[in-house]
Design a protein around this ligand. Structure first.
Ligand code: HEC
Length: 153
């Protein structure tokens, strides 16, 4: 076999191998996606219609509130951070009504405990104690994590 032919065989061979492994990777990704939906064992709340968007926009406000609190903490603005915690994460009548709307007792309990922790966070921030504030923030965010692991729309 002359050198040119040998080079061609090697080139074509590796190209085919690369294409095959790319295809494998895509198939694996496809299967992975499939597995993820099958493995989603979270409890569905059966949320439908306009309530879906309402709940999600509420949630986006929660994440925004957390972001504000972290920013204000970094500036040692405890008073303002406390107001955000009470007003936007605390157990307001609105939030109380919202948590009870889904006809799921466990979700309701978890939601109410979460909002009470929002008020505790507001109280901790009022003390201007950074460590106590961070501990309270961690506790509140633990509820975000826990609920997202257990429930979906
Ligand atoms: C009592 C339950 C509960 C708590 C507590 C909770 N969430 Fe959620 N959240 C949900 C559910 C249910 C969804 C919809 C998830 C799904 O269907 O996959 C959701 C979705 C979201 C989304 C996605 C919004 C979108 O537009 O897709 C964000 C962001 C979010 N939550 C942020 C938070 C943050 C931040 C906290 C805590 C400060 C929090 N949530 C606390 C139940 C909760």
């Amino acid at each position: 076999m002359n050198r040119f032919l040998l080079a061609m065989v090697v080139f074509v061979g590796t190209t085919v191998l690369n294409a095959a492994s790319a295809e494998d990777a895509m198939m694996q990704m496809g299967n992975h996606r499939h597995d993820m939906s099958v493995l989603d064992t979270r409890t569905s709340l059966g949320v439908t219609g306009p309530m879906q968007q309402h709940q999600l926009s509420n949630m986006r406000e929660h994440v925004e509130a957390i972001k504000s609190i972290v920013g204000l903490l970094a500036e040692q603005k405890f008073e303002e951070a406390s107001k955000v915690a009470h007003a936007r994460l605390g157990l307001t009548p609105d939030m109380q009504a919202m948590c009870g709307m889904f006809g799921n007792d466990d979700f309701n309990k978890l939601g109410l405990a979460f909002h009470r922790s929002g008020d505790d966070l507001g109280d901790a921030l009022q003390t201007k104690d950074m460590n106590a504030s961070l501990r309270a923030l961690n506790k509140t965010m633990q509820y975000c994590v826990e609920c997202h692991a257990r429930f979906r729309q």
